[in-house]
Design a protein around this ligand. Structure first.
Ligand SMILES: [Cu+2]
Length: 162
């Protein structure tokens, strides 16, 4: 995350505050990302799991699918867990992977976090995870929804549906 990006984020949230005073079109800003709060978002999360890390205490990944069945856009902005100190949201393209402050969840969309694509990166385990454990993931969305899901720890090579 570059400093320039954060600075423009501050300018962005100042602007949003000004807009709130004069219009019903409210804008949410968080670290340089903003969404128009038009319509409503309706968020559900399915299929959460955590593959066993390759090394007992090593970096882990988290996968799940976020559904927004509402008429308005939303964003996944934070994930925490009592099972780990740090969970970050990573966005993948064909060739790169990047930590992001917010994952866009457009109206009427399904957004998978899956192998080879967007994912959660989990570090600083409270206790080394084992297959059969169930980890709590607490997800926070830009428009205020928070959802807790239980993510089973699966074997390293597990794939959903297999
Ligand atoms: Cu990553």
């Amino acid at each position: 995350m570059s400093r320039g990006f954060r600075r423009s984020a501050l300018i962005g949230s100042g602007l949003a505050t000004v807009l709130v005073a004069g219009t019903v079109l409210v804008s949410c800003a968080r670290n340089g990302t903003s969404i128009d709060v038009v319509g409503t978002s309706r968020i559900t999360v399915t299929g959460a799991y955590v593959p066993l890390p390759a090394t007992p205490d090593g970096m882990g990944a988290g996968y799940l699918t976020v559904h927004n069945d509402g008429s308005g856009d939303d964003q996944l902005v934070k994930v925490t867990s009592p099972a780990a100190k740090s969970i970050t949201i990573h966005r993948s393209t064909d060739t790169t992977m990047q930590e992001v402050d917010a994952l866009p969840l457009p109206a009427h969309s399904t957004t998978p976090l899956e192998r080879g694509g967007n994912h959660l990166m989990i570090m600083g385990w409270t206790k080394a995870p084992a297959v059969g454990d169930v980890l709590e993931l607490d997800l926070t969305f830009a428009r205020g929804t928070s959802i807790t899901v239980q993510a089973p720890v699966e074997p390293l090579t597990y794939r959903p549906g297999s």
